[in-house]
Write a protein that binds this ligand. Structure first.
Ligand code: COA
Length: 212
């Protein structure tokens, strides 16, 4: 091949590299600019009977997204089928001791995240009658890290204060370092451990608590 050909290929490769870098910079700038717009368009509301299908879809989508690559795939699928069915959410929506919230994005009100508060079901050494448990808090991945989780946790705190609860508890998978850091940032402390069954296997969870 003539030497000119190699020269042309090198120039072309360099141009492609520069174009890729430019495109990446454009993407990052666009993403950074998009975050405040997106945040303003996210509303959070109390759930009611009729929201069970949306909660089930969100529950399954976010559980799969969060734990694919971390937990066994069949366990994830079994857990989604059993613990995130519309009938599970409907039974929670019917119980006055449960609180459920959903985050939705405009336009269109598509669901992007949710929160569930329930009477505690955690093996702790010093259970109190007024304890409440944050049973679930999940966001779809494009909406993580933009303050929506903190807004949902504020709903949990307001709810707990309204019902004169003095402590919020939660269980979190011990390898879910992002969620643990998030809870710690909001003042939650590790107070215990539990085993949590997902599908056919048991996984190690931490129990965390916030004194109100
Ligand atoms: C965990 C989750 C709900 C947090 O919500 P989020 O919207 O991503 O978090 P926010 O942007 O509201 O963060 C709130 C604060 O925590 C901090 N934070 C969040 N993640 C963090 C991390 N991994 N490390 C350190 N700090 C973190 C933020 O910096 C922010 O601090 P600031 O108030 O000083 O700005 C969300 O990321 C999620 O759905 N993750 C996947 C599902 C999951 O793991 N759920 C928990 C199951 S137990």
């Amino acid at each position: 091949m003539p030497p000119n050909h190699f020269k042309k290929e090198r120039v072309l490769a360099k141009e492609q590299h520069v174009a890729r870098r430019r495109s990446l910079r454009r993407f990052v700038r666009k993403k950074q600019k998009g975050i405040p717009d997106r945040l303003e368009k996210v509303t959070i509301r109390h759930c009611a009977i009729g929201d069970e299908a949306a909660l089930s879809l969100l529950g399954q989508a976010t559980f799969l997204e969060s734990f694919a690559g971390m937990l066994d795939g069949n366990d994830i699928l079994a857990h989604c089928a059993n613990q995130h069915s519309a009938s599970v959410y409907l039974s929670w929506l019917k119980q006055s001791t449960f609180g459920l919230w959903i985050a939705e994005i405009q336009p269109g009100n598509a669901p992007i995240g949710y929160l569930v508060i329930a009477p505690p079901n955690l093996p702790i050494a010093d259970p109190r009658a007024d304890d409440l448990e944050i049973k679930r808090i999940y966001l779809l991945s494009p909406f993580q890290g933009t303050g929506i989780g903190k807004r949902l946790m504020q709903e949990a705190l307001d709810h707990a204060k309204h019902y004169n609860s003095r402590r919020l508890l939660l269980g979190v998978y011990s390898r879910n370092t992002n969620a643990i850091a998030f809870y710690q940032k909001l003042g939650y402390k590790i107070v215990g451990e539990r085993k949590f069954k997902v599908g056919h296997h048991e996984y190690n969870d931490l129990i965390m608590a916030l004194e109100i």
